[in-house]
Design a protein around this ligand. Structure first.
Ligand code: PLP
Length: 419
């Protein structure tokens, strides 16, 4: 049997990183001239090769789950083996510093302080921590958009049903006419009874990007809690929470961060943290913890996941968040331009200030599942689809492991399906 590759605290960081493919990854990517340039296909092909994606797979579902790079997977596997080889408390002490490191890197990426970040299991849990952790009374109003994810929409409606407060879900026109229309939609929805505004940074529905800074400003002036669901913005663009000025922000690490499955982030502004009741209180919880970490105690956890998270943050920093943002926008814009030449209707705005990494189309075919299935079975194009109602259509989301050739192949496949 192969020996278990063990980590111990005497190994220095460089040595440990050297065991994984991290050093190789970093070396390869840094060596490419004009690394990071959004139009440098040679560089992005190298980036793609850092992911163990199957040959021929055209993966365009970043908005749902992203693959992790080899460097991240190696780290995860190594720590998992190490944990299982010796689950003693003594061998698990290492996870304190690893968690601290991941928290510091997450905070830096979002331009906030580490103690303002709680690690949850996903965006749904982060959103529902607020839905169920804040006090409201009958008559209070929660202001949302109808394109919010269920964890920031249906979850509110369920709690309101129990407690008699009011949830207003504003109808979202998408494509949106302009930023002012989106700001105005929230401004008009506010009443003296509004206590919470929940907005999605980039919607998973049509990929609409909301002007969150201006919407949060509307709330802050009136002392209304403002929450930004960042599932589709975290690690796909440069997000500065101090600049946005929201009271809370949620995200998952298995989406654009290309990190471990079932890990999430909840930022809460320090002045607001006192207002949030923890949803789970169990061993390890203490009333003496007054910062966001009081929201991340939920029983025995998957510790090795934090090593994967730390590595995923390193990977994002290696490529550079600004380079990622520019490349994601470049691919989405290119895809939209190509698709506009097909007999489809674009549901996503073309303007970068109103869109980002998600492209949603309708095709005129009522049975959208037929086209979704055909793309997969004929060309292995992996996307998402919505079969019903106003959100009906096909959704494509490209990330840095996609090349321009991948986009061309997906558009060719789509052309054959919609022709
Ligand atoms: C905007 C938005 N919020 C929340 C979620 C839920 O994320 P998760 O399933 O990781 O909890 C998603 C998932 O796609 C999303 O797009």
């Amino acid at each position: 049997m192969a020996p278990v590759q063990r980590y111990n605290s005497h190994m220095d960081r460089r040595h440990f990183i050297g065991i994984s493919s991290w050093a190789a990854t970093a070396g390869i990517l840094r060596a490419e001239p004009s690394a990071g340039d959004a139009t440098n296909e040679a560089y992005w092909s190298l980036v793609k090769r850092q992911f163990p994606l199957e040959d021929g797979l055209l993966y365009f579902n970043a908005a749902n789950v992203c693959p992790a790079s080899r460097a991240v997977l190696d780290k995860l596997a190594m720590f998992e083996r190490d944990f299982q080889a010796d689950p003693a408390f003594q061998n698990r002490e290492k996870y304190g510093p690893i968690r601290t490191s991941a928290r510091a890197k997450t905070a830096k990426l979002l331009n906030v302080k580490p103690e303002e970040i709680a690690f949850t299991r996903n965006t749904s849990e982060s959103n529902c921590t607020l839905v169920n952790g804040l006090d409201f009374k009958p008559g209070d109003e929660i202001l949302l958009a109808d394109h919010n994810h269920p964890s920031n929409l249906t979850a509110w409606q369920i709690r309101a049903k129990r407690e008699g407060f009011i949830v207003k879900a504003l109808p979202t026109a998408s494509p949106a006419p302009n930023r002012d229309a989106l700001i105005g939609m929230f401004e008009k929805g506010i009443t003296p009874k509004t206590r919470f505004i929940g907005v999605t940074h980039v919607t998973n529905v049509h990929g609409l990007r909301f002007p969150v800074k201006e919407i949060c400003e509307l709330g802050r002036r009136r002392n209304i809690w403002t929450h930004v669901d960042g599932a589709q913005s975290f690690a796909s663009m440069n997000v500065d929470l101090q600049d946005i000025g929201c009271d809370s922000y949620s995200a998952s690490t298995h989406k654009w961060l290309m990190g471990p499955l079932e890990a999430g982030i909840l930022y809460v502004r320090p002045e607001r943290i006192e207002q949030v009741w923890p949803g789970i209180v169990t061993a390890g919880w203490s009333d003496n913890v007054k910062d966001a970490r009081k929201l991340e105690v939920y029983g025995q956890q998957d510790d090795p996941r934090f090593a994967g998270l730390d590595a995923a943050l390193d990977f994002t920093n290696l490529i550079g968040i600004q380079n990622i943002e520019t490349r994601v926008r470049y691919l989405a814009t290119y895809m939209k331009e190509q698709m506009k030449q097909l007999p489809v209707e674009m549901r996503t705005n073309m303007e970068p200030e109103l869109s980002h990494g998600i492209v949603k189309i309708t095709t005129g075919e009522a049975n959208i599942k037929k086209q979704y299935d055909a793309l997969w079975s004929r060309n292995r194009v992996a996307i998402a689809s919505t079969a019903h109602g106003e959100q009906h259509g096909l959704r494509f989301s490209a990330h840095i492991y996609n090349t321009k050739d991948d986009v061309d192949a997906a558009v060719r496949a789509l052309k054959a399906v919609v022709a």
